[in-house]
Design a binder for this molecule. Structure first.
Ligand SMILES: Cc1cc2nc3c(=O)[nH]c(=O)nc-3n(C[C@H](O)[C@H](O)[C@H](O)COP(=O)(O)O)c2cc1C
Length: 199
């Protein structure tokens, strides 16, 4: 591993379980790769704005970036994509908020999923352009939805990362965090064990 890009999306600062798990995972991976670069973004402190019409126009035609907002939006997308391209390892901290990933993480995905940059359209459908990357996704959820139709996170993250060519994905789940102290502790211990297995 040469470069690890970590994206935390938990809203609860130091109490954010998904961020803590992502930190633990990143630390464990970095401990095995002395000298590796660590790029870290906390989307609750430094959010990626919703993608709007003006910025989206610039994704297809950079020359369309004329307003300060468009220039800033295109520049942010370029920066986020450059970080992702540089990384061989991606760690996402993804809490479940209202049954899915936080909108801040969705915004990050919207800014890095760009035609001719991270995927291209082909006759067979979209083709991911990123290669050779491994993603680790730490999911924290209050309930226990794994394996049920309400697990809208796992499938979405697989599809969204797969669209840009990241298909080697490992998940760490901390489930049942709002189901009482015993369930929460068991959920965290399972996640710690999984992190030990992965690192
Ligand atoms: C705004 C909000 C929405 C939530 N929605 C859900 C939900 O739909 N399903 C669920 O199981 N837990 C839900 N929870 C509980 C969180 O998944 C749980 O607290 C988890 O630890 C969140 O990750 P975090 O600690 O990184 O913020 C929600 C929590 C918050 C703050």
């Amino acid at each position: 591993m040469k470069t690890l890009l970590q994206i935390n999306a938990g809203l609860q600062g130091a109490d954010s379980q998904s961020s803590r798990l992502a930190d633990r995972l990143a630390d464990a991976l970095l401990a095995k790769a002395p000298g590796a670069k660590h790029i870290k973004r906390d989307l609750s402190q430094d959010p990626v704005p919703h993608l709007d019409h003006g910025t989206f126009q610039t994704f297809f035609d950079p020359g369309a970036a004329v307003t300060p907002a468009q220039k800033a939006g295109l520049s942010l997308s370029d920066t986020l994509i450059a970080e992702l391209k540089e990384a061989d390892t991606l760690v996402l901290g993804a809490p479940m908020y209202n049954l899915n990933i936080p909108s801040t993480l969705k915004s990050w995905i919207d800014y890095v999923t760009r035609a001719e940059q991270t995927f291209r359209f082909a006759e067979s459908g979209p083709v991911g352009l990123l290669e050779g990357k491994t993603a680790y996704v730490a999911i924290a959820q209050g309930g226990n939805f794994l394996g049920t139709p309400a697990d809208l996170q796992t499938g979405y993250i697989k599809m969204a990362l797969g669209l840009i060519g990241i298909e080697d994905i490992e998940f760490v789940y901390a489930k049942g965090l709002a189901m009482g102290p015993q369930a929460a502790e068991a959920g965290l211990q399972n996640a710690y064990q999984r992190i030990r297995e992965l690192s």
